[in-house]
Design a protein. Structure first.
Length: 416
């Protein structure tokens, strides 16, 4: 994919939209829906056929939705359809291996007793977003389709699709993933490294109710998260060194189940894996810039973090809320939504938060990977100390909920 940054003009032969979103995953679709929902003319381009994005069969993948992200989904008009299939998180327990000392967040410690967050199957999020997109007259979903080239100029941008069709836009949003072709074509460099770890994702059924409790266990090797799903089910995010994770993925179902039970324990009774298992390499990536002329990076096109805190999708949702607000505010003032000043506002708003979260997750991963006994003892005591300091614990709890900092209107529960 090329980007002609020196394009002299924008062709008048192309179909006009105000915003073109490259990538129709969860972040890309949400951005398109949020902007089209207030009248912006939007095109979302995705290489995947919508018919394959949504299936009745559970594919094993789910996402943690922080309370602040729930407010964004609500403001975009999506939450009423998601809510019946969303499992509230009422408590979070963070424990270091088998230590009796742990950090405990409880929604009852909040004045309004709101849930700390939710866990939702990815297929539910995709289905609801696609249904909503189909109802919005100012949103066009072009899929399966690819963005082959983008010519960006002072006057606007022209995107040429795989079938030769052209779209002009005031702004192009790259929501095309961590290997973003649009980011690379724009010459935006990244800082990145591999953790030499893999995440294994699957779902288990168990005898006893989870009670809406999410658990982050730091085992002797790597983090092991147990996230409550609807019914007597939990989503597992299991981190291991790449070699061991690859070996685990090759195991027969019965052998894999035994390895999983050894780490999960029996506190919820007998457990049984259900649905497929997935694995993916873990890495950290930060784009040096989130913007270029007529271009904004969103979600994993801008940043990738370790899944240790379950914040990957949430940081992307905050990108969406901030960019949508910057765009809509500019449009209401009669300004060019792709102007440098609009994009600079977005970058200033989002870059610090994303870098801070990357640092936190990277630090936690490194800290809990250390097996030196004095460090292990310090971790035990640190969790226990934080649990006994109400003000600190409340701060950490609100941070995990996405309720701190300079939040966009959608993330504050206000209309766009």
């Amino acid at each position: 994919m090329d980007s002609a940054d020196d394009a002299a003009h924008v062709s008048g032969m192309a179909e006009d939209v105000e915003l073109l979103v490259a990538g129709g995953g969860l972040n890309g679709l949400l951005l398109g829906i949020a902007c089209a929902g207030v009248g912006l003319k939007v095109a979302v381009v995705d290489r995947q056929d919508p018919a394959t994005m949504v299936g009745e069969r559970f594919d094993g993948r789910a996402s943690t939705i922080a309370y602040g992200s729930k407010l964004v989904l609500e403001g975009a008009g999506l939450w009423p359809e998601i809510a019946p299939e969303a499992q509230p998180i009422f408590e979070i327990r963070v424990a270091n291996d088998d230590s009796p000392l742990f950090l405990h967040y409880d929604h009852r410690e909040l004045s309004d007793h709101t849930p700390l967050g939710y866990v939702v199957e990815n297929r539910v999020l995709r289905r609801v977003m696609l249904h909503c997109a189909a109802r919005l007259p100012s949103l066009t979903l072009l899929a399966p389709q690819t963005v082959e080239t983008v010519a960006r100029a002072d006057a606007g941008a022209v995107a040429t699709l795989g079938d030769g069709a052209e779209f002009t836009a005031r702004l192009v949003a790259a929501a095309d993933g961590k290997d973003s072709p649009l980011r690379q074509a724009a010459g935006i460099r990244t800082v990145d490294w591999s953790y030499r770890q893999m995440g294994i994702v699957t779902t288990v059924e168990h005898e006893r109710s989870h009670g809406g409790i999410a658990i982050e266990l730091f085992l002797a090797t790597r983090p092991f998260a147990i996230l409550p799903l609807t019914g007597n089910r939990s989503s597992i995010v299991w981190t291991e060194a790449t070699g061991l994770a690859s070996a685990l993925m090759r195991l027969a179902d019965a052998d894999f189940a035994e390895e999983l039970r050894a780490r999960f324990g029996d506190f919820l009774g007998h457990i049984e894996p259900v649905g497929p298992r997935w694995s993916y390499p873990l890495s950290l990536m930060q784009a040096e810039r989130y913007i270029a002329r007529r271009l904004a990076l969103v979600g994993e096109a801008a940043h990738v973090i370790h899944p240790i805190a379950g914040q990957g999708l949430n940081v992307g949702i905050r990108d969406v809320a901030a960019l949508a607000e910057a765009i809509i505010d500019a449009r209401r003032l009669g300004l060019d939504i792709g102007d440098d000043s609009v994009l600079e506002r977005y970058q200033r708003w989002r870059r610090f938060d994303a870098i801070l979260l990357a640092g936190i997750t990277d630090g936690l991963n490194r800290l809990f990977a250390m097996t030196f006994p004095p460090v292990e003892a310090a971790r035990h005591l640190g969790l226990a100390a934080a649990n006994r300091m109400p003000n600190l614990k409340r701060f950490l709890m609100l941070h995990a909920m996405g309720m701190l900092g300079d939040r966009p209107r959608l993330a504050r529960g206000e209309p766009l």
